[in-house]
Design a protein around this ligand. Structure first.
Ligand SMILES: [Zn+2]
Length: 248
């Protein structure tokens, strides 16, 4: 092989290699990590609970990795692009979620979606009040139904207490809409339990989206997901927080 052909071969190989390198770098599709939190009491014995300081450190990790905090309304409108998106969902309407929203999220202008079951609002000490929920709404936060009494939306409830089965989706939506003055069409399955009969009820009650607990990313636009009533969420617990955050 002559010197000239060696040079030609080297250039040829470099071009092929460069092409391979470029084409092997995948362009990641638009996506959002929907993260599920619960309470912020600072009780290390509760797996789904964090202190506000711990929550703040999670937020800082997400920010340092270049994630942007999104609203569900932006996802629904199809305006969210890129793969570094987070939707924070806080389940159950605990008083400590209000504290975390005001002390950790509000100063950073980070929105959250609160999953609320009206059966406890204004009636239980550990739960938020309607006034607090309205304050969070006025601050740009969003809301979803989390049932009426946080029951399993399944065949057992439908068979044994059909009126309560309906109430979980129908009455919850009606009360949230009346108290907050906004349309509610997102349902967060209590315990993450998603059933065929539950989805039928949600459809007839006018819900367009529902979220489960499955540790997967949600594709954007939302129409890319197999079922809008089964959008995945990653639950953040003391046991999983470290690995879930480092996997972002
Ligand atoms: Zn819950």
């Amino acid at each position: 092989m002559t010197f000239r052909s060696v040079v030609k071969l080297t250039i040829f190989c470099s071009i092929i290699l460069a092409g391979f390198t470029v084409s092997s770098t995948p362009i990641r599709a638009a996506q959002v990590h929907i993260l599920c939190y619960h309470t912020f009491l600072g009780n290390p014995k509760i797996d789904t609970d964090f202190s506000t300081t711990e929550f703040e450190s999670h937020i800082r990790i997400m920010e340092n990795k270049g994630y942007r905090f999104r609203r569900f309304s932006e996802m629904r409108a199809g305006t969210v692009t890129g793969d570094r998106n987070i939707l924070l969902v806080i389940d159950d309407g605990n008083q400590s979620a209000y504290t975390a929203a005001i002390s950790v999220l509000k100063p950073r202008h980070i929105p959250a979606l609160f999953a609320i079951y009206p059966g406890i609002i204004n009636t239980r000490k550990f739960a938020m009040t309607w006034a607090q929920l309205r304050e969070l709404k006025d601050g740009g936060n969003e809301f979803a139904s989390h049932g009426y009494f946080h029951e399993f939306l399944n065949q057992k409830l439908k068979d044994k207490r059909p009126a309560d089965f309906d109430k979980e989706a129908v009455l919850s939506k009606r009360i949230l809409e009346k108290e907050l003055g906004i349309p509610i069409d997102v349902y967060i399955y209590p315990f993450g339990v998603c059933t065929v009969e539950g989805k039928e009820l949600l459809k007839s009650a006018g819900y367009r989206y529902a979220m489960t607990i499955r540790s997967r990313v949600t594709k954007l636009p939302l129409s890319q997901n197999p079922n809008p009533l089964e959008l995945p969420r990653t639950m953040i617990t003391r046991a999983t927080a470290k690995s879930a955050l480092s996997a972002l």
